[in-house]
Ligand binder design. Structure first.
Ligand SMILES: Nc1nc2c(ncn2[C@@H]2O[C@H](COP(=O)(O)OP(=O)(O)OP(=O)(O)O)[C@@H](O)[C@H]2O)c(=O)[nH]1
Length: 267
């Protein structure tokens, strides 16, 4: 006789065998028949109970699986969305920074020459003056004006005049030191601030720029040699910057009056 293992399948086989035995006409009056019927009903009940339990258990497993899967998927999706947002936010911040930087530069830069503009120079004049006063150091302030510039425009046209201004700006840029502040003051006039600079050092820097400009020419036929005049002064202790600027301007006027293409110091 085979020994049932206890699985539902085995239970079903046993039940089928009992039912087959009960259906045998020879067993109709067998004394063990009521007991066998009872066993058969019991096995049937047990099998049905087990199948029900298994169905419920499988259902829970499936539910749990689906739920955990959905949650994982949801997390994954959320993460991807956050990464995308972070990327957009990074890009947005970079763009914002670039726009701000462009605006800041545009606000402080002369569009023709690329040098600092008057607005920027005014701010720096205030800062440099305060710094020189606070630290009790020298500050040289110089104004430079291109000579006979009207002639250049008149003879070659405004566009050629613009090119000449750019070349002059290049000469200024080349001639200054790393910590000097300079820019276009307006029209054909430029301003330079030379911090921590003695009178003779200021003269040296400005002479260098003057000489470079004097090597430049403008116009193809019958070119004109460029030149510029300079007025420079040293900021006096406790002095207002406007007074120093006035002195530099007077010195520039003197340089023009004395024949141009020179540096004059206003003491
Ligand atoms: N091409 C050009 N010309 C300019 C610019 N800004 C100012 N100017 C011209 O510069 C000329 C300055 O002329 P003036 O002030 O008479 O002086 P100047 O001819 O240089 O003579 P001095 O300063 O006395 O040597 C004017 O004709 C202005 O139109 C500019 O951005 N581009």
């Amino acid at each position: 006789m085979t020994r049932p293992s206890g699985s539902i399948k085995d239970g079903k086989i046993l039940l089928e065998r009992i039912q087959a035995a009960l259906e045998e006409p020879d067993h109709a009056r067998h004394p063990l028949r009521p007991l066998l019927e009872e066993v058969s009903a019991h096995i049937l009940g047990q099998n049905q109970r087990m199948e029900r339990l298994l169905r419920i258990s499988d259902g829970y497993h499936l539910l749990e699986h689906n739920q955990s899967l959905t949650l994982a998927e949801r997390c994954e999706k959320q993460l991807r969305r956050m990464e995308k947002l972070a990327r957009i936010s990074d890009q947005y911040q970079r763009n914002l920074w670039e726009v701000t930087e462009t605006l800041r530069q545009a606000a402080n830069q002369d569009s023709l020459t690329g040098l600092a503009n008057r607005r920027f120079l005014m701010e720096r004049l205030k800062d440099e003056t305060q710094r020189a006063t606070r630290k009790d150091t020298r500050l040289a302030i110089a104004l430079m004006d291109v000579d006979h510039f009207k002639q250049i425009n008149d003879r070659f046209g405004h566009e050629v005049g613009d090119v000449a201004l750019c070349e002059i700006a290049g000469a200024v840029r080349q001639g200054v030191r790393r910590y000097d502040v300079y820019g276009r003051w307006g029209g054909e006039e430029f301003l330079l601030m030379l911090p921590d600079t003695r009178r003779d050092e200021a003269m040296m820097v400005l002479e260098r720029i003057r000489q470079t400009i004097s090597t430049l020419t403008v116009g193809e036929d019958d070119p004109i040699r460029l030149s510029a005049s300079f007025g420079v002064t040293l900021l006096r202790s406790g002095e207002d910057v406007d007074e120093a600027l006035k002195r530099a301007d007077d010195a520039l006027f003197e340089a023009k009056r004395a024949g141009r293409d020179r540096v004059v110091v206003g003491d």
